[in-house]
Design a protein around this ligand. Structure first.
Ligand code: ATP
Ligand code: MG
Length: 358
């Protein structure tokens, strides 16, 4: 039996951070043997809110690819590909936009949150509002059934499946599979500032390539419990970013539970929990940073990985697009190859009649 297909990706808006690791990368690493995995460098989606700065989007293609390779994504098992070089994704997006309403797009909770966070007001780029349809195109073009993502993405997978059901209904058969999100326990890592989500655009991230000093500074400045002034005071664990990170990255869950109890009772200082977290993050990030520095010396190799992956993805996505267009009964010019102009015109007329008759 063939392996189930995974599709995920990241917008090429900046180097990846701990939120990506907790939300999605760790699952991708775990599943790269048991699944046929595709990772999309989503430069087109990055443009939906960065159209004023295409150079940034372009520059970060290699950065994100370097992060993939540095954390252990293996191009022999996982296909890394570039969104803007896969025209079928754009073509399917155009098609899918007819299967979703503006009202539904506006109701999508993720889109609502992101519009608010970006302060768009009424000036929402149309591409941004419509990116859930583009994401549906990405997922379905690869025939993915498994999508490892952070918790913020759950409503987008739901919307993808709605589009899939409508396409299948219009085609009269299940031409596309539905997909399921895999969301880990720590599905939404907050920013170091305590804001709901660590994000590249939020300026509240610890990069997977952060230096030891950057990690130290970020942990020192981390939001804890503003009411916890003296060591002996009882402290709050809820909403305390240091504990949220310990939950996500400290493998010793029992140890963390004990610390939480001590902190809540009083008698445990912020300094102590921050030191523990810093040690864990330094140990997690150091090998990634070193591998990344090694790989960055050979950008030609990284480029080769993306080129090869994109070629493989091109074949796959073109095939799906054809199948969907055919299943919907769109007009086909490719059934016969006419020899000259006269034959071509006759053929066109014949195809037209045939189409009318169906
Ligand atoms: P941007 O700010 O440009 O939107 P981002 O940091 O939100 O960037 P994306 O490229 O939008 O990153 O997200 C890629 C993937 O990483 C998605 O699956 C998303 O759910 C996951 N992810 C991003 N940030 C977090 C986070 N803080 N916690 C958990 N998962 C996250
Ligand atoms: Mg995002």
């Amino acid at each position: 039996m063939s392996k189930p297909v995974i599709l995920t990706g990241d917008r090429t808006t900046g180097p990846l951070h701990l939120g990506h690791y907790a939300g999605s990368l760790s699952t991708r690493l775990r599943l790269q043997d048991s699944h046929a995995q595709f990772l999309l460098l989503a430069d087109m989606q990055a443009l939906t809110d960065n159209a004023h700065d295409p150079a940034k989007v372009s520059r970060n293609v290699l950065e994100v690819a370097l992060d993939y390779l540095a954390v252990g994504i293996d191009p022999a098992r996982t296909t890394i590909c570039l969104q803007s070089h896969l025209p079928a994704l754009a073509e399917l997006t155009m098609l899918y936009l007819n299967f979703v309403t503006v009202a539904r797009l506006e109701r999508n909770p993720t889109i609502k949150d992101e519009i608010e966070a970006r302060g768009f007001g009424r000036n929402i780029p149309a591409g941004f509002l419509c990116y859930p349809a583009a994401q549906a195109a990405d997922i379905t073009a690869f025939r993915a059934t498994v999508v490892p993502v952070g918790a913020d993405q759950a409503p987008l997978i739901e919307q993808t499946n709605e589009i899939v059901r409508r396409i299948n209904a219009a085609a009269g058969r299940a031409v596309l599979p539905e997909a399921r999100a895999i969301i880990p326990k720590a599905g939404r890592l907050p920013g170091v500032d305590g804001k709901a989500k660590m994000s590249k655009s939020g300026g509240n991230a610890i990069r997977l390539s952060a230096s030891p000093d950057e990690i130290r500074a970020a942990v020192r400045a981390m939001f804890t419990d503003p009411g916890h002034l003296r060591v002996e005071d009882p402290g709050r664990v809820d909403g305390n970013v240091v504990f949220t990170y310990l939950d996500a990255f400290d493998e010793n869950a029992e140890g963390v539970a004990e610390l939480k109890a001590r902190y809540t009772r009083g008698g445990l200082g912020d300094g102590a929990i921050k030191r523990r977290l810093e040690d864990i993050l330094q140990a997690l990030i150091a090998p990634i940073r070193e591998e990344r520095a090694r790989l960055a010396k050979d950008p030609g190799h990284v480029l080769g990985v993306i080129r090869e992956g994109t070629e493989r993805a091109l074949t796959k996505t073109e095939a799906t697009k054809r199948e969907v267009f055919n299943a919907l009964g769109l007009f086909r010019l490719d059934r016969r190859k006419p020899a000259g102009r006269e034959e071509a015109l006759t053929e066109l007329a014949r195809l037209g009649q045939e189409f009318d008759a169906t």
